[in-house]
Design a protein around this ligand. Sequence first.
Ligand SMILES: C[S@@+](CC[C@H](N)C(=O)[O-])C[C@H]1O[C@@H](n2cnc3c(N)ncnc32)[C@H](O)[C@@H]1O
Length: 270
Amino acid sequence: MGESVSLGAIQETLLIPLYGRAEDARRQPSVLNDRRAIELVEAIDYDFTKFRGPSLSGSVLRAAIFDEYVRGFLREHPEGTVVDLGCGLSTRFDRLDNGRLRWFDLDVEDTMALRRRFFQDGDRYTMISGSLFDTDWFEPVTERPGPLFLLSEAVMLYFPAERVHAVLRQLATRFPDTPLAFDTGGQLMMKSQDRNPVFQAVSARMQWICDDPATLEVHGLRLRESRTFAQPQPAVAREWPFKYRAIAKLFGWAPPVTTYKLNLFITDPA
Ligand SMILES: C[S@@+](CC[C@H](N)C(=O)[O-])C[C@H]1O[C@@H](n2cnc3c(N)ncnc32)[C@H](O)[C@@H]1O
């Protein structure tokens, strides 16, 4: 019998990208080769097979694009601090650790309790139980002075627009001139959720509709890059198996894929 899970509705969605990464790691060639995800899926008592469809691979490609945003930061600031807001059971720290960075993974209590069954804090790695919308985590992540990178992957989408806008303003004010990566989904993507097999398997639904990430600049951000699955960074595209590059080319220009954006902003509260 594996580890049982008891997670809130939004929290349960973390199992989708986890399974996506495990399935990816079972294939050759693999995008992320996340062997740890296979171990976690095998250790957790949950019917992962109910998750089907293109969103599984989508979550892997998304992780690869976000990884490259963080890598770009670490190339400039190898001793910088990375904060993953709503980390779920992500293994990004293991993928990107350069031996010098400082890393914080934050998630809400029930998710963090699950995560702590499989991951341990280390010298440069700390897990924080808390909400992205609270401010308690501000202090610990700034204990070590120096450049900071904030990341939130597939989290804000689940909250109402007003709440997301407010937290963006809060982050911009508290962490000026800081890179902040997160994803946005347009109307077409949100409307198609009920037809998406992975969402048919869970109760949570995404709420925040953002058709144009540039419109978020009014909340104290400047948009640096905005990518769809059809526009990965060249270094990332080179690593993708041919199948994904072909699919991205064929279907990547059709909605709703084009309305799902993986964005890199810099905070600019002035
Ligand atoms: C779709 S999962 C994404 C997990 C992870 N970022 C990934 O890509 O594998 C959504 C995540 O949002 C987290 N979450 C929900 N409410 C949150 C909050 N208020 N603050 C931070 N994280 C939250 C959930 O626990 C879950 O881990």
